[in-house]
Design a protein around this ligand. Structure first.
Ligand SMILES: [Zn+2]
Length: 472
């Protein structure tokens, strides 16, 4: 008889004895919340048995993992069914882990196996696969990273800084406050690279297990530090046209990423050096070890005026053509390692709009942007404003809508690193939030101390093009 079975039978008998003793002289009625929990567990066990009978082992196993205090609940199981599930799920687990290993994602395979190891402590196959993946990681010279993960963000670059920052430009103050020039961005990349930062995929830093998002162990080349760089408001809003930004991201005749600006002379219309996407692409070509496993940046989109310079919103008469063009660019960016995130549809202040308006936001996102970029589980709060629970401690309606829509990682704004559950001080685990450090004219001038480990703000600052002096 297997040790697991023996342990369960001893455990079950022990519980029965305890229950018999208790039933002779019951002194207290069970508190109502315990009775409620018992009812939930009984229902969950029944659901699991039904799924096992239908041979839906993966679903059954996921439900099993949701049971609170599983050890205490084993008494409710038919042990044959329980053992059947553990045995059958093992095949699923091994084949899933093997797929990741074969694709070179040893860290993910290892995480998956470790997360289920408690059910297979003495299983030869599972232990062998864990050992194999651990060795692969060691051989690739990857080590477990235990420090903080930097997440920086900025907006579209001021491709033509002499136009963008000209005081005659009505948007110059906003641009100065919120954006970087191409020179500044390049200097920032160089400094981050010299300080051993390496771009990582935002999807590699967390996982969602049975509806709960949690930080994932990250394996990096020894001495490297993880960095996520995200870019907001990448719609090239029509109101900003001819004010110093590019018009759109395009594919050139050879299918390469470039930018397009219509009002420029023919020679300057197409560029490979004035916006964050081509600049980062060029940088990684020169310094391939700046990108871990091919990771690039995160492009954060709204939908009210389309995406990436294409007027894909349904209210635009030519949206079908624009959607097609946008899809081609998105598909290329995905192949290059770029990720997409939701930055709302209309870029509203979350706290200032009603529940109804918020529901419309989600609807518009799902109907207009998702069909072009696919589903994303990353939500970047506009203005860094978030609302998670209401006064009675329950999840507020707007946040519930976000969770129900499949968002798993939420990003706010902060000068200091933060990556944990919110609201802080509660034991809620439904909202994993990561703050992002804003990098722009205002923060270069004022956050020198916070950012000194990343780059020297004064050295990065574009003293030639900015009209606001560094010490303002
Ligand atoms: Zn924004």
């Amino acid at each position: 008889m297997k040790l697991l079975e023996l342990k369960q039978i001893v455990f079950v008998n022990l519980i029965i004895v305890v229950c018999l003793v208790c039933s002779i002289t019951p002194t207290y009625a069970l508190p109502s919340n315990l009775i409620f929990k018992e009812q939930i567990q009984t229902q969950q066990v029944q659901d699991i048995v039904n799924l096992i009978d239908k041979k839906e082992y993966k679903k059954a196993f996921n439900t099993l993992e949701q049971i609170e205090n599983l050890d205490m609940c084993l008494i409710r199981f038919n042990l044959n069914k329980f053992n059947e599930l553990i045995k059958e799920y093992k095949n699923i687990l091994l084949s899933e882990a093997n797929v990741y290993s074969e694709n070179g994602d040893y860290a993910f395979a290892l995480n998956l196996l470790n997360s289920k190891h408690k059910y297979y402590k003495n299983d030869e196959n599972v232990n062998a696969l864990i050992k194999y993946n651990s060795n692969q990681i060691k051989n690739k010279n990857l080590v477990e990273y235990k420090g903080e993960i930097e997440h920086l963000f900025t907006h579209c670059l001021l491709a033509f800084p002499e136009v963008a920052l000209n005081p005659k430009n009505p948007l110059s103050a906003d641009f100065d406050r919120d954006c970087l020039t191409p020179d500044e961005f390049k200097k920032i990349l160089m400094s981050l690279y010299n300080k051993n930062y390496v771009l990582v995929d935002i999807d590699s830093i967390y996982e969602n297990v049975n509806g709960v998002s949690k930080q994932k162990t990250l394996y990096l080349p020894a001495g490297k530090k993880p960095l996520i760089f995200s870019f907001d408001d990448c719609n090239y809003d029509s109101k900003k046209e001819n004010r110093g930004m590019v018009d759109k991201i395009i594919l050139d005749r050879n299918g390469n990423i470039a930018t397009y600006t219509s009002k420029k002379s023919i020679a300057d219309r197409i560029s490979y050096d004035n916006e964050f996407i081509p600049i980062l692409e060029n940088f990684v070509k020169t310094y391939p070890d700046f990108s871990h496993n091919g990771a690039k940046g995160v492009i954060c989109l709204t939908g009210y005026d389309g995406i990436l310079g294409y007027r894909t919103q349904k209210s635009n008469a030519t949206s079908r053509y624009e959607i097609k063009k946008a899809q081609e660019v998105v598909s290329k960016l995905k192949k290059l390692g770029w990720k997409f995130a939701c930055h709302s549809y209309g870029h509203y202040h979350m706290k200032e709009i009603s529940d109804m308006e918020f529901a419309k936001e989600i609807y518009n996102w799902q109907n207009e942007v998702e069909p072009i970029i696919g589903k994303t589980s990353i939500y970047m709060y506009p203005y860094g404003e978030w609302e998670v629970i209401q006064n009675d401690g329950n999840i507020c309606y707007k946040h519930k809508l976000l969770l129900d829509s499949g968002f798993e990682l939420f990003c706010g704004v902060g000068a200091k690193t933060f990556f944990n559950y919110v609201p802080i001080g509660t034991n809620h685990t439904h909202t994993l939030l990561m703050d992002r450090k804003p990098i722009d004219g205002r923060t270069l001038r004022t956050f020198s101390d916070y950012y000194s480990h990343l780059f020297n703000c004064e050295e990065v600052y574009d003293h030639t093009n900015r009209t606001v002096p560094f010490f303002s």
